[in-house]
Unconditional design. Structure first.
Length: 236
């Protein structure tokens, strides 16, 4: 199976070790959750994996091939803070992605579909600078999913989305799994993680303290506790 493999990822900021030698894999057609308390190293892991932050150590491969510095066609990241281009409209974000990723025929229909699902289709000519936070988040999700990158990293994508937007995003993420995309998603919403993810990786202080399915983690902790109680027990 094609998979993203990250091995021995380490990132320091001065004396602080933000990520401490973690290894994980995310297979094509798999949704893996990245959980952990604030400051655990989730966003740092994403930034290093997307090639936007230089790690101190670690190797990254996709489908057995090393990922070079220029990996944006392979790994797409929806970052923690949804920064859009202020002087581009929503639709121009779609065009920008379509051109830079050289998308083939039919991308317009897919772009319209994503915007419709996010209730943005009547706002397509609105400039980035005039979008609310949730609208910016939805614009970035639509543009990133449109890119059709084989690996997509979502850093807390549900934050700021209205209930319908959250439902649509869950549906979109599930359809990415069907499509064979490798999805890696960080969240603090544990019930949602349990419902959506095939497996989770739990970080604490930059270390991978547990990973597996929720059932495996329950077994590890010797409890049938809820996702929240299980998480609190494991990260205590
Ligand atoms: N640019 C930076 N400079 C210095 N320290 C940083 C920087 N970015 C992150 N850190 C530190 O690295 C550690 C991991 O931060 P990171 O943002 O990866 O955590 P996180 O798991 O994403 O947390 P949250 O749930 O709050 O988003 C923290 O201790 C943080 O203070
Ligand atoms: Mg973060």
């Amino acid at each position: 199976m094609r998979a993203l493999h990250v091995d021995g990822l380490t990132k320091r900021f001065g004396k602080k070790i933000a990520v401490d030698g973690i290894s994980f894999e995310v297979g094509a057609g798999e949704i893996v959750g990245l959980l952990g308390p604030n400051g655990a190293g989730k966003s740092t892991t994403f930034l290093c994996t997307a090639g936007l932050l230089r790690p101190d150590a670690g190797t990254f491969t996709w489908d057995g091939r090393p990922l070079g510095a220029n990996r944006s066609q392979t790994v797409a990241l929806i970052p923690e803070t949804p920064d859009v281009y202020p002087m581009l409209t929503i639709w121009e974000h779609m065009v920008f992605v379509a051109k830079s990723c050289r998308l083939g025929e039919g991308w317009q229909d897919r772009a319209h579909e994503f915007l419709r699902r996010f209730s943005l289709d009547d706002q397509r000519d609105t400039l980035g600078s005039a979008l609310s936070k949730g609208m910016r988040q939805k614009t970035l999700v639509a543009a990133t999913v449109l890119s059709d990158a084989p690996v997509i990293l979502f850093d807390e994508p549900m934050i700021g989305l209205d209930p319908l937007g959250q439902r649509e995003l869950r549906e979109i993420i599930r359809s990415l799994r069907t499509h064979g995309t490798a999805v890696f998603i960080s969240t603090h919403m544990l019930e949602q993680a349990q419902a959506l993810c095939d497996r989770v990786v739990i970080l604490k202080n930059g270390r991978n303290i547990a990973s597996g399915t929720f059932e495996e983690l329950q077994e590890l902790a010797g409890t049938h506790a809820s996702a929240e109680d299980l998480f609190l027990e494991l990260t205590r």
